[in-house]
Write a new protein. Structure first.
Length: 316
């Protein structure tokens, strides 16, 4: 049945009301049937976006538009693309993508069937709801599979880039990968995070004196210490000759400051240890995009280096 046949035909309000009122139970039922969801960030985002998708569906039922006309300026396609990212993060395959949406459709139907006396509505009204439900589910599934394929391809390309752009001394991603991939991805995927940049004190002098072996050891030890003391969700990269940067998802400036203190203390406590300066900034408080955020981070690092003595400075 074509989408145009339903133009001008709204779903009975009691059905829409039931979906909105029973939304928590619909989501709980969906989670139980799908499985593979925990308390991690991708699982939480997945459930939240399925909730948003169900709310969008309720709005579609209220409208007189067919499925192609109800696009909300591209917002729904954007939502489906974000769901695809979470599905990929959760290890779904194409079959899993289809099941995510088909199970949601069944949960919505069972909620309506169990909470609305459909015998009160006319047969044509119930038919309109059922057809709209199927059309919306088919459209979302088609768009979701396309977005999932694009996400999988993009992640494959990123993996190839990461393999080609690894610093040989530290084993971390290099500066180009940090700037072009890691930091922009953090801006896209996280509502809040901190960036922390470390700089080895007197590194240039060590290199100038011909102590290249010492310089490499120092940089390698800095990288290892940062990786060891940063949270498991942190993303680390070599940023320059003597700089290591770390992205701390979900962290604020205070969290990053504490990480910087722990790194500095561990490096200094060894008899053959060394000092590092550190600068940090928080997204979006100190920058609304990757470029602004990194500029503020490096300004803070520059101030720490001017102060000297292993200083830690927060962007203003």
């Amino acid at each position: 049945m074509g989408a145009g046949i339903l133009v001008g035909m709204e779903t009975p309000p009691q059905i829409v009301d039931r979906i909105r009122q029973d939304l928590p139970n619909i989501l709980t039922s969906w989670k139980e049937k799908r499985g593979g969801l925990g308390e991690d960030e991708p699982s939480g985002r997945m459930v939240a976006r399925m909730e948003e998708l169900t709310t969008v569906f309720a709005g579609f039922l209220e409208s007189s538009e067919g499925v192609e006309g109800f696009n909300r300026g591209g917002e729904i396609r954007t939502l489906v693309a974000r769901i695809a990212d979470d599905q990929h993060a959760l290890g779904r395959d194409a079959v899993g993508v289809i099941e995510d949406f088909s199970v949601l459709r069944r949960c919505v139907w069972l909620s309506v069937e169990g909470g609305v006396d459909l015998s009160v509505a006319s047969g044509s009204e119930v038919a309109r709801f059922f057809v709209k439900l199927l059309q919306a589910s088919d459209w979302v599934t088609e768009q979701g599979l396309q977005a999932f394929e694009e996400t999988a391809m993009r992640e494959m390309e990123r993996a190839l880039v990461r393999a080609e752009a690894t610093d040989l001394v530290t084993g971390l991603p290099d500066r180009e990968q940090f700037n072009r991939l890691l930091l922009p991805t953090a801006v896209r995927d996280h509502e809040k995070f901190a960036v922390l940049a470390f700089d080895v004190v007197d590194f240039t002098e060590t290199v100038a004196e011909g102590n290249l072996g010492r310089a490499r050891d120092v940089l390698r030890r800095l990288a290892e210490t940062v990786v060891d003391l940063a949270p498991e969700t942190a993303v680390c990269a070599r940023f320059g000759d003597d700089e290591v940067c770390v992205i701390l998802p979900g962290s604020n400036s205070e969290d990053a400051y504490r990480v910087a203190e722990r790194v500095s203390e561990r490096l200094a406590e060894d008899p053959d240890g060394f000092e590092v300066d550190a600068g940090l900034a928080e997204y979006p408080a100190h920058g609304s995009n990757a470029s602004e955020l990194m500029t503020e981070t490096l300004k803070a690092l520059g101030m720490a280096k001017r102060v000297g003595g292993g200083g830690i400075v927060v962007a203003r």
